[in-house]
Ligand binder design. Structure first.
Ligand SMILES: [Zn+2]
Length: 159
């Protein structure tokens, strides 16, 4: 079986695809625990699709459900470069993902401990959470992206 770091690197690679479309770089995958197979993947396409629903986790969950032929992601874990927001944490509960592994913390919108913890609110499903896997790389990805955006804005103003 592969390590959490191994799968997080796959998420980082996906996050970089988001960035190409000027979307905040967030990448996610769903892995079948017993086989180690990646059954869903996604990256943030909020700008590309002009939709607040186009988060990486939702795309990965949708693809995994399609692959498994049902909404219950039994025996599945979700990996994502950034702490899931309230919407995605809700989708994780609703799809019964067993384990969530994220990289960087999101102090503005994180719903897995940073702003609050959706999973400890007494809902009928409580996934296991592992945080801070390749944290440095995941947060550097975001920092680089926002710096580049600021520089481009500045250049545009000058030009
Ligand atoms: Zn989200």
């Amino acid at each position: 079986m592969y390590s959490d770091e191994y799968y997080m690197r796959k998420c980082i690679a996906l996050a970089k695809l988001a960035e190409q479309a000027t979307d905040v770089p967030v990448g996610a995958i769903v892995v079948k625990k017993t086989t180690g197979e990646v059954i869903g993947e996604g990256y943030n396409r909020r700008e590309a699709e002009r939709s607040s629903l186009a988060h990486a986790e939702l795309a990965a969950i949708a693809q995994a459900s399609q692959k498994l032929g049902g909404w219950r992601l039994i025996d599945c874990e979700l990996f994502v470069t950034l702490e899931p927001c309230a919407m995605c944490a809700g989708a994780i509960v609703n799809s019964r993902v067993e384990r969530v592994v994220f990289g960087a913390f999101d102090h503005r919108f994180g719903a897995c401990g940073s702003c609050f913890d959706l999973f400890s609110q007494g809902l009928n499903h409580k996934p296991e959470v592992v945080s801070g896997v390749l944290q440095e790389e995941c947060s550097q990805l975001m920092k680089d992206f926002f710096r580049k955006m600021r520089e481009e804005k500045k250049a545009a103003r000058k030009g």
